[in-house]
Design a protein. Structure first.
Length: 381
């Protein structure tokens, strides 16, 4: 099971490290290895959240996520995305931006760093909406009840998460955006940029998340209707239209996963520049890390880990909320990537341990109940 799920990740790791050695020697080997570890540590919570969505999709779309999705994640976000940022920031053509990345790496890094406020605002708002919608939803299983129970009651207010997100964006534009950090330690006013990018992130979440939720609900309604019809008459079902609807639902959930992954990768791409400004080494290192995140997502789904450790999803969403806040703060202040990674790891580890304690408590209670039943039978009660 482990080799089947992580086999491609292991293979890509070997090929990537070999390519790094041929590209620039053993120094490049070390840089790629560090970048891969950085990406995995920053994106572990991404894997947990992805698994919560992916488990609703069939085997075909899980394979699409591992194939087409990996191409988008590795080549799109880890290689093309930084080049697109430079092309837009410097008003260059794509070919000129690629040439700049190879010929003038310092200038390339400067342009990407200067674009960080808009990237952080877009990604921060998208991730914040994911966290808010989760925390305001009423659910049977609650981890930190003293927080989640009152917030679930507040969540009954329509559009509350959108209102709070807009308030956070407004506060960010009036505080950190006024002295946004730029290359060389310079601070400039990026208020308009942050507002525009933040609204863009909010709109992206509402459109993609709304469409995926809409088609998912339509699929559930169609399945219920067909089940009722099959009970009345086996020949009255319409499997063809149901398959088409399932495809639509899966497609938009797949699109949602890709946008989610993109938002998670923002901090990894920007943080990678603290280690290297070579886009080839960056693509190799972050690409290897992205492969492990994908494989870990599928592993969690196939092992039923989220069902066995029910607080993991909670911990991942709290990590998302923390990452959203960190992204917005980094518009003005620099935060070490180690801190960013540790926040997510600590929250997920805490939720995992809480899940283990919960499982032990339930097992103990069931054991006590079984002993009581045996005692009753023995005593003839």
């Amino acid at each position: 099971m482990l080799l089947k799920t992580f086999g491609w990740s292991f293979a890509i790791t070997v090929l990537g490290l070999i390519a790094a050695v041929f590209y620039d020697g053993w120094t490049a080997f070390g840089v790629v290895a560090i970048l891969a570890v950085l990406e995995i540590s920053l994106s572990f919570d991404n894997a947990v959240v992805n698994a919560g969505v992916l488990k609703k999709m069939n085997a075909f779309w899980q394979k699409i996520f591992l194939t087409v999705g990996v191409l988008i994640a590795v080549f799109g976000m880890r290689l093309v995305f930084p080049v697109v940022i430079v092309a837009i920031s410097a008003k260059l053509g794509p070919i000129d931006a690629v040439q700049l990345a190879f010929d003038d790496k310092d200038r390339y890094q400067q342009l990407v760093t200067d674009a960080h406020p808009s990237i952080a605002a877009f990604g921060g708002m998208f991730l914040l909406m994911i966290f808010l919608d989760f925390i305001f939803e009423e659910r049977d299983i609650q981890w930190l009840r003293w927080i989640e129970r009152p917030l679930a009651k507040l969540g009954k207010v329509d559009m509350l998460s959108v209102c709070i997100a807009l308030i956070v964006l407004l506060v960010a534009s009036l505080t950190v955006a006024l002295n946004a950090h730029q290359h060389g330690g310079v601070h400039v006013d990026k208020q308009a940029t942050v507002l525009l990018a933040g609204v863009g992130g909010l709109i992206t979440y509402l459109v993609v998340g709304g469409l995926s939720g809409f088609f998912e609900n339509r699929l559930e309604e169609e399945e219920e209707r067909e089940h009722e019809e099959e009970e009345r008459a086996a020949r009255e079902g319409k499997p063809k239209s149901a398959v088409l609807l399932a495809g639509q639902a899966a497609f938009f959930m797949f699109l949602y996963l890709e946008v989610l992954d993109a938002s998670f990768s923002f901090d990894g791409v920007i943080g990678a520049f603290a280690i290297t400004n070579d886009i080839v080494l960056m693509a190799l290192g972050l690409g290897i890390g992205a492969m492990y995140v994908r494989s870990l997502t599928v592993y969690l789904v196939r092992q039923g880990t989220l069902d066995d450790y029910v607080y993991l999803e909670h911990g991942a969403h709290y990590a998302i909320g923390a990452l959203a806040a960190i992204l917005l703060i980094t518009i003005q202040y620099q935060i070490n990537e180690v801190i960013t990674g540790l926040v997510g790891v600590v929250l997920i580890a805490w939720s995992f341990l809480s899940s283990v304690r919960r499982n032990k408590r339930i097992a103990a209670e069931e054991g006590q109940g079984g002993d009581a039943d045996k005692a009753e039978v023995t005593s003839g009660v």
